[in-house]
Write a protein that binds this ligand. Structure first.
Ligand code: COA
Length: 192
């Protein structure tokens, strides 16, 4: 697939490039990433270089994983990253710590879901989200971007060392389920 840009009200989602390696390396030192993500840990500049020059283009070429840089404007610095994996159309994301709390990730996640479900990924009727149990920030993004919480038996998420952890799951369809927002009430209103 040829990389696709997505424009939202405030954001440009475009191809992450080797020139983004310094900021990616910096943001991926975030201690939250050690337990919440499967990015390498400790994270080095070489990890960012190979991710940006090999993994990201290969993912677009094969369609196995479509990855976007989140920027405020064309040519602007990378603020965060979002991707969709072919397997189950699963969305994943992180935002650089300096840029959190401004609704950017919710806006980006909603836009990526709309693109996927409008035929960006042929035949896709759902987008899937999961996060390590307790990741309230990610669950709030899922709620704000139209996901409905689902509770399958034994929900897990893979860890970087090949294990699994208990997880929270959500699903997004093109017509947002009217019960979607309320499905997060138990999880978020009580605990946040
Ligand atoms: C989760 C994450 C991407 C959110 O990014 P963001 O740009 O702050 O997201 P938004 O500004 O759209 O915030 C969405 C909601 O989450 C809340 N939020 C953001 N980060 C939070 C955190 N660490 N803890 C609790 N709430 C958080 C915001 O206040 C907002 O709440 P609201 O919906 O009630 O208004 C970011 O915190 C992050 O990168 N975390 C580490 C990586 C990670 O967990 N990735 C997801 C893996 S599944």
């Amino acid at each position: 697939m040829i990389p696709v840009e997505i424009v939202t009200e405030r954001l440009l989602l475009d191809l992450p490039v080797p020139g983004d390696a310094d900021v990616v390396t910096r943001y991926c030192q975030d201690p939250l990433f050690e337990h919440l993500l499967t990015t390498p840990w400790p994270y080095t500049h070489a990890h960012a270089e190979s991710f940006l020059s090999a993994y990201v283009p290969a993912g677009w070429a094969s369609g196995s994983e479509l990855t976007w840089a989140i920027r405020d404007e064309r040519g602007g610095p990378l603020l965060g990253m979002i991707s969709v994996r072919e397997a189950q159309n699963e969305i994943g994301f992180w935002m650089g710590s300096a840029h959190r709390g401004a609704g950017r990730m919710s806006e980006a996640a909603n836009a990526v879901c709309e693109w996927v479900l409008a035929g960006g990924i042929v035949g896709a009727t759902t987008v899937f989200w999961r996060a390590v149990e307790g990741n309230l920030g990610s669950a709030k993004v899922a709620r704000s971007s139209g996901f409905r919480r689902i509770e399958p038996v034994n929900p897990t998420v893979p860890t970087r060392d090949g294990g699994t952890l208990p997880a929270w799951y959500g699903v997004r369809e093109s017509a947002i389920d009217p019960r979607a927002e309320a499905s997060w009430n138990d999880l978020l209103e009580v605990r946040s």
